[in-house]
Ligand binder design. Sequence first.
Ligand code: SF4
Ligand code: ZN
Length: 297
Amino acid sequence: MTYIKDLKNFTIKGAEKIFNNELMKKIRRVVKNYKLIENGDVISVALSGGKDSLLTLYALKNLQNEINFKLNAIFIDEGIKNYRKNALKYLRKHVKKLEVELIKKSFKEEFGFKVDEIKDYFDTPCIPCGIFRRYLLNKTAYEVGASKLATGHNLDDEIQSFLMSLVRGDTFRFYKFGPKLDRIHPKLIPRIKPLWEVSEKEVIDWVVKNDIEVQMERCPYSKYSFRFKLMNFLNEIEKIEPGTKENIMKSFKKTFLSLKKKDVKVVECKECFWPSSNELCKVCELKKYLRNITQQF
Ligand code: SF4
Ligand code: ZN
């Protein structure tokens, strides 16, 4: 019996090792092919508390054995009740184990409000949440001296973003896709997506096979987002027509590669002096809107 148990454990451990090696091979290929990380880089990982950004952190830690770069992690608490607490508890354990510095920021400290306090002034909480979060991530990465900001966007996220832009007719946004964004303004930290070719399913398998402690619950507001609806729709189609996601990605790669080089105008916001595509950045615009209707913030 012991022999069978040992053999079973050995097989499982062996299978995990093969899976982890294959996954790492895929991530390494994207990092190398698209030159996501170079010697001397300082990489901040945007840790959301979920599985994707955690895998990104583990993978980059592993890549430090091959490329000479510095690594830290940024965690942002948007102020959504009962959502980020557990995430942070797990993240603290992971960064300690990996010996990576964790920089924690919150909407409350930075902007004076939580998403929960302002969500009712918008069609969905995701509108202010996404805008303020992107801004704070970039600002923090800049302040800690990062040369690149790594996000946990996986293959499924990228396909969703592509279809969202297509459905909305925002094809000018295609330049924002791909595994690496060029530096288009000195204060805009280029983003990299090491999981660009890793599917959502593979990330879940990584969590399960390695017994990773991580928050798996989605944000309570995610059900209001267009992305969430599109994600469910794509998963349904994939069940009926396996390979659909892969085919979308193939078309996407051809499309974004031909459109990527478009000129993008980036200036400094006249109020906060952070990069913006208009005179007033989205964050200052939303703050102004909130001040007008609430007489606060
Ligand atoms: Fe923010 Fe929406 Fe994401 Fe929740 S689902 S964290 S509200 S962007
Ligand atoms: Zn601004």
